[in-house]
Design a protein around this ligand. Structure first.
Ligand code: OSB
Ligand code: MG
Length: 368
């Protein structure tokens, strides 16, 4: 297979409502879409780089620059036996996984379409449907939070994750547990705490959370070792795990018991597969994280979530929780049992709505 052309587009999409984390409030999404022409077949990918360098150092601007000036010159016109070779070809470019992931996932979609198979099959997926959870941003009041959780549970979602930050953790968790004693509940701090907060985080132990996600610094594997020693609640790492190297350290040292895998953070399907396999060999369950993706990134998340060690519900939920109108057809829907049926059409299995994408496009560049 040969990569003939890449088309980069920046689209702007409004979230239905603001999404607040410990580090930011997001409402206006700038999303970098990648369209790859592989042997005349079109594949689609999404770089999950954000508007600001707050979750990771990457932004839409850095991803665009790295793709145009470094990734494209390496991949243009090259022959590949499979998309699984792309990641290793890019190994000399350090970091910038969201830039790499946008391109690599688009090439996988094209390869699957060329072979006329669903992407999930090509990746080695084993599931016909995936279990879904939701990630709920920090709410203006506990009452609002309770109402929101109630609605998501009524919709069928199997696991509730709430965002927390210092001062806004004990009260919401207490209130949720009082109202919903039996649900699968977890919290995500996005690095808002320090090791000095260990006694505070320890107070969450009685609420039997499924896990606490990324309590400490984004690059602080060792801090999480010290914290996990003090907590009953399993720690799940998100930001700290960019690939198998940090994962090996985290697992061996006891920094976490669960790992969240995001295609952008790790650099695409091949890197995700390697991380998945390492976790599986070490009996560490994984789940698929989300980055407020459009339908294209969401479709890739669904395909990845069919791998066998994705044994916990992820943050992959219905299009309508984010957008008035998504950019794919059909939109991603969740069953009353809280599952997404994995599409059986070739590639990502959802059709990008080109006219809608063009009308949302603010910037476009063709490489090829
Ligand atoms: O930490 O998982 C995270 C959104 C943006 C940045 C980081 C995170 C998140 C989410 C949202 O939790 C998950 C989603 O619904 O896409
Ligand atoms: Mg997270």
């Amino acid at each position: 297979m040969r990569l003939n052309k890449l088309t980069l587009r920046e689209i702007h999409l409004e979230l239905i409502e603001p999404f607040q984390t410990s580090f930011d409030t997001s409402k206006h999404r700038r999303i970098l879409l990648v369209e790859a022409d592989v042997d005349g077949v079109t594949g689609w990918g999404e770089s999950t780089a954000g508007e600001d360098p707050f979750y990771s150092y990457e932004t839409v601007e850095t991803a665009w620059h790295i793709i145009r000036d470094f990734i494209w010159p390496v991949l243009r016109g090259r022959e590949f036996a499979s998309s699984s070779e792309v990641w290793d070809r890019l190994a000399h470019i350090r970091g910038h996984h969201m830039a790499k992931g946008g391109v690599e996932t688009a090439i996988w979609d094209a390869q699957a379409k060329g072979k006329n198979v669903p992407l999930a099959k090509l990746l080695g997926g084993v599931r016909g449907e995936i279990p879904c959870g939701v990630s709920i941003g920090i709410q203006p009041s506990v009452e609002k939070l309770l109402g929101k959780v109630e609605r998501e549970l009524a919709a069928g979602y199997q696991r509730i994750k709430i965002k927390i930050k210092p001062g806004l953790e004990l009260e919401p968790v207490r209130a949720l547990r009082a109202r919903f004693p039996r649900i699968r509940l977890m919290v995500d701090a996005n690095s808002a705490y320090t090791l000095a907060d260990a006694p505070l985080l320890k107070q969450l132990d009685p609420y039997y959370l499924v896990m606490i996600e990324q309590p400490l610094g984004w690059d602080d594997v060792y801090g999480h070792v010290a914290l996990q020693r003090q907590l009953e609640t399993p720690i799940c790492l998100d930001e700290s795990i960019r690939g198998t190297e940090q994962a090996r350290a985290a697992i061996e040292l006891g920094a976490c018991r669960i790992i969240n895998i995001k295609l952008g953070r790790v650099g695409g399907h091949m890197a995700a597969r390697r991380l998945h396999d390492l976790c599986q060999q070490n009996s560490v369950p994984v789940w698929c994280g989300g980055m407020l993706e459009s339908g294209i990134g969401r479709a890739h998340n669904i395909a990845m979530s069919t791998l066998p060690n994705f044994s916990l519900p992820g943050d992959v939920s219905a299009s309508r929780r984010y957008w008035d109108e998504d950019i794919i057809e059909p939109e991603v829907e969740v069953s009353p049992r809280g599952t997404i049926e994995v599409p059986t059409a070739p590639g990502i299995g959802y059709t990008p709505r080109i006219e809608r994408i063009e009308s949302l496009t603010r910037r476009r560049e063709v490489l090829g």
